[in-house]
Design a protein around this ligand. Structure first.
Ligand SMILES: Cc1cc2nc3c(=O)[nH]c(=O)nc-3n(C[C@H](O)[C@H](O)[C@H](O)COP(=O)(O)OP(=O)(O)OC[C@H]3O[C@@H](n4cnc5c(N)ncnc54)[C@H](O)[C@@H]3O)c2cc1C
Ligand code: FES
Ligand code: FES
Length: 484
């Protein structure tokens, strides 16, 4: 049985297709058709709804805009779901709806409920409108007809005359209800037609369930896995959701390392990663969209083993380890040894990633990460680079240069790195190292980029690192959002 709040109404479900998405449930079971379906793959934002969960200090609610088309319904246990239908206040529109009307933010209207929900989430999470943050909040919503200027104007104007809304009024009641669900001592699951969705509440239970169901697939945020259902038309017999496993949801320091639980999503991991390395801000903000980062986890990004995933090169450059766990054993390995081939990893049957460990000493590194993609927002990388070069007395002492999109796995440029060691920090050294990139990689051509383009960009990113480290005004290079 799972239990969640639909607006303020408590819903209990047990027998329902465990492979169903939140969007299918809303539209096809509840006929809440205000939420639209566009791409069914997390790309367009038409299906955006807002979920809220208990905040870290438990007396607050954390609002998250999510793509309902790729959120497994089972993962909503213990959360509140707010859709566009719930915003209206009696006969009046909510501020974020009225602002869209006042600013002519809608033409055909198909994208509008999704935009409204992204605006609503922004309003609940931010005391004032700030342009850069608004652009980030809207980066996962596509509009083909209106143009974004009027929608951005709506984001500013929804703050006018806004004091509080019905969600503020019912906040403490909502918190109490969510706390009660959280404290219930009943197992959370969905099942129907020989399929099941299981939600263990701690790591021992997770190990046990994996042992009992060796065929099961793990699901964290579901932003990769759900595409196997919506695009690949797969049906999973057993899904085991890890979002409620506390040991995989925390961030803490231990033994000179920052430990990030594998089920921590990118939004929640951002502060820790940026605190460690401020240069990671842009890369993280360009990881999918806010809706994707609100769901997608660090562990999922690693385990999915995509050669173009953005976080593995960064974590490899930071010399991160991962802890792998199964029933009665635990082992910690360097992330760079995790990948064994295209979409292949060291994970053994029933084993899972428990956490990611980043040495705190990497705080002192000059790490820079670059994402090259066809679109600035919400796009998968053509290639991605994370570069860290340590210098001492003008000589290169250590180099860790990792690329995604250059091989069948995220991988270090070892020949290139070695060529620099002990040499002077100079353009000659860097250009010599750049020339060795083709010895490290033989990338493929695909619909994202040709092999030649990948090699050439990989070389040039190394030069860019050199120039930026030497204080060249990087305004010239920095990727900025287009001005609307
Ligand atoms: C529209 C869109 C945009 C995207 N943009 C980007 C992007 O810019 N950069 C990028 O790198 N990725 C991107 N992705 C891919 C995806 O969002 C990320 O890979 C994300 O981090 C996956 O995490 P998740 O929690 O959603 O994983 P899930 O989908 O839940 O799981 C992915 C896989 O990992 C397994 N798994 C999950 N957690 C564990 C664990 N702890 N141990 C073992 N196995 C596990 C699952 O069984 C599954 O096979 C995008 C996806 C979409 C749909
Ligand atoms: S329908 Fe396009 S993101 Fe969900
Ligand atoms: S108003 Fe038509 S797609 Fe946005």
């Amino acid at each position: 049985m799972i239990r969640f709040l639909l607006n303020n109404n408590e819903i209990t479900l047990e027998e329902i297709n465990p492979n169903i998405s939140l969007l299918e449930y809303l539209r096809e079971e509840l006929y809440l058709t205000g939420t639209k379906e566009g791409c069914a793959s997390g790309d367009c934002g038409a299906c955006t709804v807002v979920t809220s969960k208990l905040g870290v200090n438990k007396s607050s609610l954390q609002y998250e805009a999510v793509n309902a088309c790729i959120v497994p319904l089972g993962s909503l246990h213990g959360r509140q779901i707010i859709t566009v239908e719930h915003l209206q206040r009696g006969e009046s529109l909510h501020n974020c709806q009225q602002a869209m009307v006042d600013n002519h933010g809608s033409q055909c209207g198909f994208c509008t409920p999704g935009f409204v929900m992204s605006l609503f989430s922004y309003l609940k999470n931010n005391e004032k409108p700030e342009r850069e943050k608004i652009l980030e909040a809207l980066s996962g919503n596509l509009c083909r007809c209106t143009g974004y200027k009027s929608i951005i104007n709506a984001a500013f104007s929804m703050y006018q005359d806004y004091i509080s809304d019905q969600f503020d009024a019912s906040r403490s009641a909502t918190i109490k209800k969510l706390e009660r669900i959280k404290n219930e001592d009943t197992p959370s699951f969905l099942s129907a037609k020989n399929q099941q969705y299981l939600m263990p509440r701690d790591i021992r239970e997770l190990c046990k369930l994996l042992h009992e169901h060796p065929e099961a697939r793990l699901v964290a945020g579901g932003t990769d896995l759900s595409l196997e259902i919506t695009q690949g038309l797969k049906k999973f017999e057993t899904l085991i959701d890890i979002l409620n496993v506390p040991q995989m949801n925390s961030v803490y320091e231990n033994n000179g390392h920052i430990i990030i639980g594998a089920a921590v999503n990118l939004t929640d991991a951002k502060a820790t990663l940026v605190n460690l390395q401020p240069n990671l801000t842009e890369l993280i903000e360009r990881f999918g969209s806010l809706q994707i980062r609100n769901r997608g986890t660090l562990g999922g990004n690693i385990a999915n083993a995509s050669p173009v995933a953005d976080m593995p090169p960064v974590l490899i450059a930071l010399n991160a380890n991962i802890t792998l766990m199964k029933m009665d054993s635990e082992r910690t390995i360097p992330l760079e040894e995790f990948y064994t081939g295209y979409k292949k990893t060291q994970l053994m049957p029933q084993e899972f990633i428990k956490d990611i460990q980043i040495p705190m000493s990497t705080r002192h590194l000059s790490l820079r990460a670059y994402k090259v993609s066809k679109r600035i927002d919400d796009d998968i990388s053509s290639l991605c680079a994370a570069i860290s070069i340590v210098r001492e007395d003008g000589l290169i002492k250590e180099a860790r240069i990792a690329y995604g999109g250059m091989a069948e796995v995220p991988k270090r440029a070892e020949i290139c790195e070695k060529s620099m060691l002990g040499k002077t920090w100079s353009e000659v050294t860097i250009e010599d190292a750049m020339a060795r990139i083709p010895q490290d990689f033989s990338p493929i051509s695909d619909f994202r980029a040709t092999a030649g383009y990948r090699l050439s960009v990989a070389r040039n990113l190394l030069k860019r690192y050199f120039l930026e480290e030497n204080g060249l005004d990087n305004e010239k290079f920095r990727v900025t959002h287009y001005a609307f």
